[in-house]
Design a protein around this ligand. Structure first.
Ligand SMILES: [Cu+2]
Length: 454
């Protein structure tokens, strides 16, 4: 009797939960109403079966409860009942699966007038490539990927020269224009998913997969990597902004072609040294850093990282938080560098300086720190030497007080929160695995203990 009541209450609770819970699909922003319909049909079919079977079970438990005057019959076969059950189950399963087949047929038939966009996944970042005027993407290969050619485009392929490159993690799309999204991975499995568009697909290293959709609502949508296997895919976020025609054209015009990214002015180290004179008072004559000025070591950091940080300071992406007094100082100083060329030159100059051995030892437990650092080594490297492919800077050789302050800044949402900060968000999520100050001390001490190799 009690069990029958519990089962009935369970059914009622489930139904109430289903109808009042706030967790449901985000509002649809693409042509894929059909996918919602399919899911709804499935939900109705399994929902009705769930209610019917559960109530029947409760009824049977109640009706045939123990009675000492009653004897049970043994009736293993009942072909009439089995016939009905088989028929109803078949109809239910067919009702669930048939619509899916039609939707799948649509899913794999890309409309003729689709534009092509390539989405490239890597641990843990998205970038994009458009075919340019000729409408064709150039050939690519993983083994020619380098700092100057991060997409690995074949220089000898004539179709590649006018490809438009989007190194940021924000892709723009034109409203009501169907797009075929080609998916490529530089390293491991990833998964392209935009909840509002409903479509999702794996990125498989060595293969090119695709999805298509037509964005139907203006807006900025989050692109998620919904890959479960492996680590940190949840940190891999991007954005898709659906634009009006004029906004889209403005964005297109701002993109460099592959050919343009290859023809950069040569680096001028002497100029870089010149620009650095304004920085010496804080960062030291050899870029070794200065605790009294709260200024970190810059010598030996990689060019791409220095450039990115300087551009972030200049564009007020880093150092704008009202609690970030040190970042604000630096942000003001970044005005000493007049333009992009100055940023490149000073970064190359700093990179050419030998990094000094860091002697400041923190008070943490190195053994515990080593264990914690395992989580960091995927990005920052086993020796904290930094890793261009992961966008993660060198940490070895950096002053302990600075490392500690940065981890704290990430944890408190002082650094890495600006919407245009493409890489800081990963670190915010990662910094949270260090639960208390002791853990931060431990991991910083371990980084401190690593030999600072260039
Ligand atoms: Cu991923």
């Amino acid at each position: 009797m009690t069990i029958a009541i519990v089962i009935i209450l369970l059914v009622i609770a489930t139904l109430i939960f289903h109808f009042i819970s706030p967790w449901w699909f985000t509002p649809l922003a693409s042509n894929w109403q059909a996918i919602d319909d399919t899911i709804n049909i499935t939900l109705w079919v399994v929902g009705i079966v769930f209610v019917a079977v559960s109530l029947f079970l409760a009824f049977v438990i109640f009706k045939y409860r123990y009675n000492k005057d009653r004897r049970s019959d043994f009736e293993p076969e009942n072909s009439k009942l089995e016939g009905w059950l088989t028929l109803i189950t078949t109809l239910g399963v067919a009702a669930m699966l048939t619509p899916g087949l039609f939707v799948w047929a649509e899913f794999i038939s890309v409309p003729e007038n689709s534009e092509i966009v390539e989405v490239v996944g890597q641990q843990w970042h998205w970038s994009y490539r458009l075919p340019g005027k000729d409408g064709k993407l150039g050939k690519t290969a993983i083994k020619i990927i380098s700092e100057d050619n991060p997409f690995g485009i074949d220089i000898n392929d004539i179709n590649g020269a006018d490809d438009l490159l989007v190194k940021s993690n924000e892709l723009h799309l034109l409203i009501d224009q169907p797009v075929k999204v080609l998916l490529r991975s530089k390293d491991v499995l990833h998964n392209f998913a935009v909840p509002q568009f409903r479509v999702k697909m794996d990125l498989v290293p060595g293969a090119i997969t695709f999805v298509w959709f037509t964005p139907t609502k203006l807006g900025r949508y989050e692109l998620l990597c919904e890959e479960l296997c492996g680590i940190a895919h949840f940190t891999m976020r991007g954005y898709i902004k659906v634009d009006t025609a004029s906004d889209y054209q403005t964005w297109l015009a701002s993109l460099p072609t592959f050919a343009q990214t290859l023809t950069r002015d040569p680096i001028n180290l002497a100029q870089g040294k010149q620009h650095y004179t304004g920085c010496i008072s804080c960062h030291g004559i050899d870029g070794q850093g200065n605790e009294a000025m709260n200024a970190p070591q810059l010598a030996g950091l990689s060019r791409w990282y220095l450039q990115r940080q300087l551009n972030y300071f200049k564009q007020k992406i880093r150092g704008q938080n009202s609690n970030d007094t040190y970042g604000q100082q630096m942000s003001a100083m970044s005005a000493l560098l007049p333009d992009g060329k100055a940023v490149e030159d000073v970064s190359a100059y700093l990179n050419s300086l030998p990094s000094s051995q860091n002697t400041l030892i923190n008070k943490g437990d190195v053994i515990k720190g080593k264990r914690l650092y395992k989580n960091c080594s995927y990005c920052h490297g086993d020796d904290a030497q930094g890793n261009y492919a992961m966008n993660a800077p060198k940490l070895a050789g950096q002053h302990a007080w600075y490392l500690k302050r940065q981890i704290g800044s990430y944890q408190q949402g002082i650094r890495g929160v600006h919407p245009n900060d493409l890489y800081g968000k990963q670190m915010i999520l990662m910094s949270k695995i260090l639960h208390d100050e002791r853990a931060v001390d431990d991991v910083v001490s371990y980084i401190n203990s690593l030999t600072n190799v260039r």
